[in-house]
Every structure is written in structure tokens, then in C-alpha cells.
Write a protein that binds this ligand. Sequence first.
Ligand code: FAD
Length: 497
Amino acid sequence: MKEHAVVVAGGGPTGMMLAAELALAGVDVAIVERRAGQELPGARAGGLHSRTIEVLDQRGIAERFLSQGQVAQVQSFGGSRLDISDFPTRHPYGLGLWQNQIEHILAGWVEELAVPTYRGRDVTGFAQRDTGVEVALSDGQSLHAEYLAGCDGGRSLVRKEAGIEFPGWDPTTSALIAEAELAEEPELGIRRDDRGIHSFGRLEYEIRDGEIVFADEGPIRIMVTESQPGHGGEPTLGDLSEALIAVYGTDYGIHSPTWISRFTDMTRQAASYRAGRVLLAGDAAHVHSPVGGQGLNTGVQDAVNLGWKLSQVVNRTSPASLLDTYDAERHPVAARVLQNTMAQTALNRPADTRLEALRDTISGLVAIDEPRRHLAGMLSGLDIHYDLGEGHPLLGRRMPDLDLVTANGALRAFALLHDARGVLLNLGEPWAFDASPWSDRALAVDAAYEGEWELPVMGQVAAPPAVLIRPDGYVAWVGDGTDAGLREALTTWFGPR
Ligand SMILES: Cc1cc2nc3c(=O)[nH]c(=O)nc-3n(C[C@H](O)[C@H](O)[C@H](O)COP(=O)(O)OP(=O)(O)OC[C@H]3O[C@@H](n4cnc5c(N)ncnc54)[C@H](O)[C@@H]3O)c2cc1C
């Protein structure tokens, strides 16, 4: 039986990000992926939000995505556009990039990090013991691991086999999405009517002055709301034609689909993200309507929260209890995503005078600065605040990507996070604190920073003399000019010494 420290079930965006984070920390990790290649049968996520771009920037790979996508103000809430160009981040925008491309870039990175992927086979079950997990594969092989991470999507076998409840709400609406040829050219763009929201577009597009401009030719991408929430069977060309005729009065001579699929607003979240040696991340842990484009983003950020913690546990630098902070921090983040997607689904319900009045009210509210910042902070992920106790506003929030000056020259704060280690950043007077016992997990850096400290949504905060930054970019300790509490923080997050 082959051994790995961690087996990741599922090589979608979450599984690949998690595997990369583990590999950066020197963990022997392998992915098991059902698909024989990385191709996705169908369109899914259409891009990345600001905090996800930052998280990729923290690892030095944001440019790979930015160079292939289209930067734009993509955020909206219930149909009202939310501009974040004034947010204090290097990436005050979203990135339009299809999930297929996102996965290809991540797969390239995972390959560079030499993560083995068992392709074309399923995880079919597992047995959990005190010392590890025996993972059964559909080709008859078994793998032994200390931990199994279920990143196997919304229908997660790992979640089910671990007996983790998945409470939530059944779908109230469903839509068919497809890519196909049409004999007659439809009007491209979004249509809202008393059946819901529908659209025609093209795979290739450009964003000009904030507006999508589709290519002149190529297959058409279709989204059409169904009159009844779908019942789970595989949708057919006949279903698509019927739904188009119900909405547009014609199916435009639709033929030759490359794929047809269905999404719903089913909203569920795993009751727990951990059962002993089994962990869940991404869609395996939470599913919701795609409105607002937050699913992939939440999964990638789950992976970045879990990766360094799991690596420290398997590398024996931290106790297994560190893993409990993963559920404690990430469960509330996804619960909030579930809530905002349900609110947006309600706002997007078919045209109705009273709902239009509510949409108008929301659109009036987001024209005011504070509600706009509140909603945009939430959808972009820039306002995420892990509850690490009382103290300086930076505590539990993302470290800004400051322009620092060190003895070795100028550098961006995010550059210090490229190898997924923590950073103890001293911006004040030299101090006597000896952080060397943790030097393998947290790099001590003396630096100067001249500018202001500004956080998204919150605004300006007092400049701290020192901060301890976790590998995921969140601030775990803020100095007050002394080293009070630093030893405890280093022990909590990087293990006892
Ligand atoms: C129409 C639509 C539009 C969307 N738009 C957006 C958007 O704009 N932005 C956004 O952030 N999100 C969006 N999403 C959601 C996004 O696609 C998902 O949240 C994202 O794919 C989750 O990634 P994941 O890696 O957790 O799961 P998945 O992408 O589902 O990956 C799971 C992987 O596990 C594999 N697998 C499954 N079972 C097994 C098994 N037993 N053994 C081995 N392998 C297995 C699968 O083949 C797959 O590769 C959209 C989704 C839909 C349907």
C-alpha cells in the first residue's frame, strides 16, 4: 500500500490549492482525481474576487492568472454594481477568467511543486484508525495517509462516508446552462422577466469600460431559468429547447451542444469541517447558488487556511488541536456566503412590482458609501475577520501588502509570504525578543514602512510597531511596543518550543 502524509480527494480548485500549500511546507501529499485530465465538462466559475487574487499574490502566482483574464469591476449585489476601485488593495477589482483556465494554471503550479496526482480514479471509501486513514480507490489500490482531505465537490463521498451532516435548504429555482450552436442569432446579453433571469453570451469576450463585449463568432453560452426547479436528472437538448421556447418563444434552432448542465440555489453547509483525521474544504463543505461568484473563491481560501495548519500537524510542530481553528474560522465565513447568496436569490426572483421596489431600494442604498463598502468588503472577501480576540483592528484581519524597506532593499509584504511561512515583522525599534526557536516556521524580519495603514471597509488604523503574520496572510498578534503576548501567539500558531 502506498503511503502519503496527506491524501486529497478531488483535484478541483480547492484540492489543488490545498495540495500546493502542503507541498510548499514540504508535506508528502497526493491528489486523487476522478477526471482523466483537467478539462471541465462545462462552464462553472467565471472569475476571481479581490481577496483570492491577493491570496495568490501572497504565493507569488497572481500574475499567472491576471495575465490570462480580464480585470473589471465585477461585483454586484442583487443586480446593483459595487465598484471597489477605491479599496486599499493592490487588486481593487475582480478578474474575469473561466474556471477551466483557473484550473489549468493551478494544475501547472501543482505539477511544478511535484505533487503526484492519481488521475482517472475515484476515492470509493476509507477506514479511519487512530494512526491514519486507509483510502480505497476505484482501481482496487489503497493509499495510506495520516489525514484525508475531502475536496471532492458538492456531492462529496468523503463527507458522506465520514457521516458529516449537510443541513440546509432545498432548491427553489434552477437554471440550465449550456454551450451550443444556434441556427438563428439571438440577442446577446441578460434578460429578466417574470420567469427569472436568462442570458446569451459567447465564451470569448472583452470588458470595455466596465461592459462585456462578446466576440462576433463562436459557440453561444446559454443560461435559461427552468419553470420548475430541476429534479436532478441529467438535462438534455430537449429540456433546453423546451426552456428556451417557454422564455423566448423559440429555441433559435439550437443544436450540437458541447455540454449542458444545471445549477440550482440549493444551500447547504457541513455541520463540521472535521471528523478526526478527515477534513472537508470547498464545495464538499458548502454549496449555494452561484450568484455573486463566490464558491470557488471560498474553496481556495478554505485551502489556504487549512494548508499551513495541516502541514504543521503532520510535520509534528503543532498539536492536532490546531486543526480545530480551521472549522472555527472558516465555517462562519461560508455561513455568511450562504446567507448573502440566499438574499441575492430572493432579490433576483422573477419580475414583481414589490421585488422591483426592493431592488430599487438596495440600489439606492449601495449608492451610499458605507453600505457599498460593507457589501463589497463581504463579496470581495477583503473584510474577512477571524475572531482572534480583542485588540488592535488588524488582529484576525488580512495583512495589507505594504511597500517595506529592509536591510536588503525594498520589498512588498506579500513577497515575505511566498514560501507559505509565517512572518514576524518588526517595524519599530530593534528588540531583544528571540524568535529563533520558531525560525523554521516564522521568519523574523526588521523593516521600515512610511505610509498609512488602511484596511478595506474599516479605513485608517493606528500603525502597529510589530505584527505576527500567519502563512495565510492573517495577523495573529499585534505589538504594542513590547513583546507582551508574543511568545503565547507564536506557541499557539507555530507550536511550542
Ligand atoms: C454555473 C456555475 C457558475 C459558477 N460561478 C462561479 C463564480 O463565478 N465564482 C466562483 O467562485 N464560483 C462559481 N461557481 C462555483 C464553483 O464552480 C465551485 O464552487 C468550485 O468548483 C468548487 O471547487 P472545489 O474544488 O471545491 O469542487 P469541484 O470543482 O467540484 O471539484 C471537485 C473535484 O473532485 C473530483 N471528485 C469528485 N468526487 C471524487 C471522488 N470520489 N474521487 C476523486 N475525485 C472526485 C471532481 O472530478 C472534481 O474535479 C459556479 C458554479 C456553477 C455551477
